[in-house]
Design a protein around this ligand. Structure first.
Ligand code: PNS
Length: 165
């Protein structure tokens, strides 16, 4: 199909937040096919396994017809080449995201010019949200139920039985 937009939305998703879900739903309206690609566990402080993160994403976005959930390791551009993806989709919340994301986009474009990065501006209500902060709130016994979808909250409660709400 000419000009078909096959996009990858890559991330750690440890755990997926409401901000991720918003970007994925908006990305799915732009792309013909959207691959939500989990970076397989590389961080020592990961809270969830790749399988758990993939299951949570399936529960949250499995209903979107043109969205696929997959995982990858190694370089994102190599994965994009394997998947014949012409686009990488990333969200930007603030200036500090812009600095990191523009650096990644430029490096990725230098390594694989065929793959273009498109940025979506995070919705205003999610600009303060990050998986790292959600993990911190939960591990310190706080209530993160306003920041993550219900299937994620359920898993967090299983991992941390003392969690609020
Ligand atoms: O959700 P995150 O942690 O912000 O996602 C970061 C991610 C997965 C997009 C980034 O770490 C990545 O692309 N990793 C794969 C390795 C890679 O290609 N690194 C070079 C980027 S220039």
């Amino acid at each position: 199909m000419p000009n078909s937009l096959v996009a990858i939305f890559p991330g750690s998703f440890d755990p997926p937040t409401n901000g991720h879900l918003d970007l994925i739903a908006r990305g799915a309206r732009i792309a013909n096919h959207l691959i939500v690609a989990l970076l397989q566990n590389t961080q020592k402080n990961a809270l969830f396994t790749t399988t758990e993160r993939s299951e949570m994403l399936k529960e949250c976005i499995g209903h979107l017809p043109n969205v696929e959930i997959d995982s990858f390791d190694g370089l994102l551009v190599d994965y994009a080449a394997r998947r014949n993806a012409n686009t990488i989709l990333r969200g930007i919340r603030n200036i500090s995201d812009y600095e990191t994301e523009s650096q990644m986009a430029l490096l990725n474009r230098r390594m694989r010019p065929e793959t273009e990065t498109i940025f979506l501006t995070a919705s205003a209500e999610h600009t303060f949200l990050s998986s790292r902060m959600v993990k911190e709130i939960i591990t310190l016994g706080g209530d993160a139920s306003a920041f993550v979808p219900e299937p994620v909250m359920r898993r967090l409660k299983t991992k941390f039985p003392t969690v609020k709400r």
